[in-house]
Design a binder for this molecule. Structure first.
Ligand SMILES: C[S@@+](CC[C@H](N)C(=O)[O-])C[C@H]1O[C@@H](n2cnc3c(N)ncnc32)[C@H](O)[C@@H]1O
Length: 214
């Protein structure tokens, strides 16, 4: 999207809350991979989708700096509802905890440090909404795993599913991350248990609805 149009959009949607603007700023200053942070537009979308779904339990795979975890938490119906978020990189832990503590929604979030593929089954919980945003090579594994813990009628949101357009670039299709995303997109499309739509916002956001079983 060109810069002018992006500025226009950002000036015509909800203002980015102060705590999230701080995370975005601190991530840019302190983290080489700052571009992984969801940011203003996608963050407001995640918050609004969460408001629409009204989940009581949310799971996030890939916390990074905590931006999207707080957007999910903000969209929850009340303080009894929870977000469990999992981050494999323990070097992120202090940053995440510090920024969760500064947010009015931080108390709705429980951070788990470790590999999502080990931790999900240990949570002993079922979820109404799952946000998949961890290692792109492992998206099919995450999907198969979380489908077992997703309530009927629940939703999955998966980030980066257009992967900067590389999914349609023959030159990029040898890369492991591109192949991971392409395998995920094919896998979900072939799953009769779900409805699926891809929104071309930012790097591509896939919305998946687990159909109630008959
Ligand atoms: C794209 S970033 C997440 C961005 C964040 N959700 C947001 O929107 O602001 C991906 C994160 O997933 C983490 N990650 C990668 N593999 C993981 C795994 N197997 N389990 C948990 N976290 C993982 C990475 O360390 C990284 O911090």
């Amino acid at each position: 999207m060109n810069e002018e149009l992006e500025e226009y959009i950002l000036s015509h949607i909800d203002v980015e809350p102060e705590g999230l603007a701080r995370i975005d700023h601190d991530t840019h200053v302190q983290n080489y991979y700052w571009h992984m942070c969801s940011g203003h537009l996608q963050g407001r979308l995640i918050k609004m989708l969460t408001c629409m779904i009204r989940p009581r339990r949310v799971l996030e795979l890939g916390t990074f700096s905590g931006y999207s975890a707080l957007c999910l938490a903000e969209g929850l119906p009340d303080d009894e509802c929870r977000v469990d978020t999992i981050e494999i990189n323990d070097e992120q832990e202090d940053f995440i905890r510090e920024h969760l503590a500064l947010s009015p929604y931080g108390k709705r979030v429980t951070l788990h440090i470790g590999d999502a593929r080990d931790i999900v089954s240990q949570l002993d919980a079922r979820f109404d909404l799952v946000f998949i945003d961890a290692n792109k090579r492992q998206y099919v594994e995450y999907y198969d795993l979380v489908m077992d813990y997703l309530n009927d009628g629940g939703f999955i949101i998966a980030d980066n599913t257009l992967w900067a357009g590389k999914v349609v670039d023959p030159k990029a299709q040898r890369e492991a991350q591109t192949r991971g995303i392409m395998a995920f997109n094919d896998h979900v499309k072939a799953d009769p248990r779900v409805e699926v739509v891809i929104i071309p916002v930012r790097d591509g956001l896939t919305l998946i609805h687990k159909l109630p079983s008959l």
